[in-house]
Design a protein around this ligand. Structure first.
Ligand SMILES: [Fe+2]
Length: 322
C-alpha cells in the first residue's frame, strides 16, 4: 500500500530506528527500512501483518504496547521498557495522526528506539550522585564529630538542632531540597568552636567579656572553614548568620530582618530551644517549657514569627522530647 509519497518514504527510510504505521487493530500499514536491521524482516513482509506477532512473536497484544492508550486518549503515548529477549532498553512511542488510507480516520505512527546507552548513562549518573551524596554526608559527619570530640558538653547538640530545624522547616512547608541544606548546615553550625580554648567552652559559671568575644567569633570561623566547600546550599552563609537576630542585636554583623537568610532564622530558633533544653557545664537543663517561653517572648522581635510558631506547634505535638 502506498502510504506516503516517495519523498516522505525516503526520509523515513533514512531514519536510524524503525518506524511503523499501524491501525488501531495493530495491523501494520507501513514499515521503514530500519526493520531489516532491527527486526531482521523486510518492510514488505510486515505490511498487512499483526504487529504483536511480527515484532514480538506474540499472538496477543504486547504488554508494553502503548497503542490502546493512544487509541483511547487520542494523543501521544510514550513508554520505556526493558526487553529481556534482546536485553535492551526500548522507548516506544505512538503518535495518532489523521490518515484515511486504511479506510479509517486515524492511523498511528509507531517508533521504537534503543535507549540502552542513555539508560546506562542515566544509571551511572545516579550512582555517581548517590556516591557523592554519601561522601558529602560522611564529610559532614566527620566535621560534626571533630567539634564534639573537643567539646563533649555539646555532644549531640548539632544533631538535635539539625533534627529540630528540619522539623520546623517541614512544618513551614519548605521544599525538601532546602530542608536538606538546613539539616547539613545545622550539623556543622558550631564547627567554628574548634578554635575556642576548651577551658572556656567547659567553664562553669559566668564568662568574662574577653571570653564571650572569643565564643562569638565561632560564627565567622565556621564561615571561613566552610566557605570553600561548594555545597548546593548556602551552608557557610547559614552558619555565619545563625546567631543574628531580627532586631539587629545578634552577631557577628548585627544584620536585621530579611537580611538574615531564612535557613539561619530557623537554625537560630532550633539552636536556642535545644541549648536551653539540654544540660550545660554552667547550668542544669532549663527544660523545653522554658525554651518555648523564651522563643515566644522573642517572637517577631528577635526570632522569626513563622519559625517560632512552627517550632511551638511541633514541640507541642511531642516532636522534640527532652
Ligand atoms: Fe552557635
Amino acid at each position: 500500500m502506498a502510504v506516503f509519497g516517495s519523498e516522505v518514504k525516503k526520509i523515513l527510510d533514512a531514519l536510524p530506528f524503525y518506524v511503523l504505521i499501524i491501525n488501531k487493530s495493530h495491523e501494520i500499514l507501513f514499515a521503514n527500512k530500519a526493520v531489516e536491521r532491527e527486526l531482521k524482516l523486510k518492510p514488505e513482509d510486515l505490511i498487512g501483518g499483526y504487529c504483536p506477532k511480527l515484532v514480538h512473536g506474540l499472538d496477543t497484544e504486547f504488554e508494553h504496547c502503548p497503542l490502546q492508550e493512544a487509541v483511547s486518549t487520542g494523543s501521544l503515548v510514550e513508554k520505556e521498557y526493558y526487553d529481556d529477549n534482546i536485553q535492551k532498553w526500548i522507548k516506544t512511542s505512538i503518535y495518532p495522526f489523521e490518515h484515511s488510507l486504511s479506510g479509517e480516520e486515524v492511523a498511528y505512527f509507531h517508533i521504537a528506539q534503543d535507549i540502552t546507552k542513555s539508560k546506562q548513562d542515566e544509571e551511572q549518573l545516579k550512582a555517581s550522585i548517590f556516591k557523592l551524596n554519601n561522601v558529602t554526608h560522611s564529610i559532614i559527619e566527620a566535621i560534626t564529630k571533630t567539634v564534639e570530640k573537643r567539646d563533649p558538653y555539646t555532644a549531640g547538640h548539632q544533631q538535635r538542632v539539625s533534627i529540630l530545624a528540619a522539623g520546623i522547616a517541614r512544618k513551614m512547608g519548605i521544599s525538601e531540597e532546602k530542608v536538606e541544606g538546613i539539616e547539613i548546615a545545622a550539623l556543622v553550625h558550631d564547627v567554628g568552636k574548634i578554635v575556642i580554648p576548651i577551658d572556656i567552652l567547659s567553664k562553669p559559671g559566668r564568662i568574662n567579656h574577653h571570653e564571650f568575644s572569643l565564643i562569638q567569633a565561632h560564627s565567622e570561623t565556621g564561615y571561613e572553614i566552610l566557605q570553600g566547600i561548594e555545597f548546593p546550599w548556602p551552608v557557610a552563609q547559614i552558619v555565619l548568620q545563625h546567631h543574628e537576630r531580627l532586631d539587629g542585636s545578634g552577631y557577628p554583623h548585627g544584620i536585621k530582618g530579611d537580611d538574615i537568610i531564612q535557613e539561619a532564622r530557623i537554625i537560630a530558633v532550633a539552636d536556642v530551644v535545644e541549648a536551653m533544653s539540654s544540660h550545660r557545664p554552667y547550668r542544669q537543663a532549663l527544660g523545653l517549657d522554658k525554651a518555648l517561653e523564651e522563643i515566644s517572648k522573642g517572637k517577631g522581635k528577635i526570632y522569626d514569627i513563622k519559625v517560632v510558631e512552627a517550632c511551638i506547634e511541633l514541640c507541642k505535638d511531642g516532636f522534640f522530647m527532652e
